[in-house]
Write a protein that binds this ligand. Structure first.
Ligand code: GLN
Length: 194
């Protein structure tokens, strides 16, 4: 059932942006792919997808999107990030490439590929009180770990003793992929705050 008419961008440089776009559209959002700075105008929310954070960093630099995204966030745009997107949104990246560009939107420190190869692709049911029952089926794919959170960061669920979904104000950051398994409840939670 549509829940929102919010205008939401999905960073579409690399990664699984199409899955996010489909899920957001099924939630009733008006969705636009973002590849250029001027496309950020008028967005209430921005989704930064999973993929490969080092590649996305390079493409964000090439597209000149770093400062425009930071400015839009300062102007009130909220972000939903998954996996590589969460790495990019972190205040600190551990095991990143030297000089890896990141957006520093959330007060979290994130370690890339923290779970090693055994979590290259694992589907897990997570009990996330903020979205209710039943548990949410999600995919962890070469997932990062959120190793440190600042005072203003609320932990919504942990996995293997580490935060896996966190909220800071209206920003929501996940180390997993609900967009791949297709459960729309975390996207709805994000849209409901816009
Ligand atoms: N390991 C990837 C990275 O460092 C993230 C994987 C993902 O987004 N599924 O960017």
């Amino acid at each position: 059932m549509p829940t929102t008419g919010a205008r939401v961008g999905v960073l579409a440089l690399q990664g699984d942006f199409r899955e996010h776009m489909r899920l957001l559209e099924s939630c009733g959002a008006s969705v636009v792919p973002i590849r250029l700075p001027e496309e950020l105008t008028g967005l209430q929310g921005l989704v930064i997808p999973g993929g490969e954070s080092t590649t996305m960093s390079r493409l964000i630099g090439t597209a000149g999107l770093l400062e425009p995204i930071q400015e839009a966030v300062a102007g009130g745009m909220a972000c939903l990030t998954t996996c590589a997107g969460t790495i990019l949104a972190a205040r600190e990246i551990r095991d990143g490439l030297p000089g890896q560009i990141h957006l520093q939107i959330l007060d979290i420190a994130v370690r890339r590929n923290a779970f090693g190869r055994q979590l290259q692709s694992e589907e897990v049911e997570l009990d996330i009180p903020a979205v209710g029952r039943p548990p949410v089926l999600v995919a962890f794919i070469r997932a990062p770990a959120i190793e440190q959170v600042g005072e203003k960061v609320e932990v919504l669920v942990t996995y293997r003793s580490q935060p896996a979904a966190v909220r800071q104000g209206r920003h929501l950051a996940l180390t997993f992929h609900p967009e791949i398994t297709g459960d729309p409840r975390l996207h709805r939670l994000f849209l409901a705050t816009l």
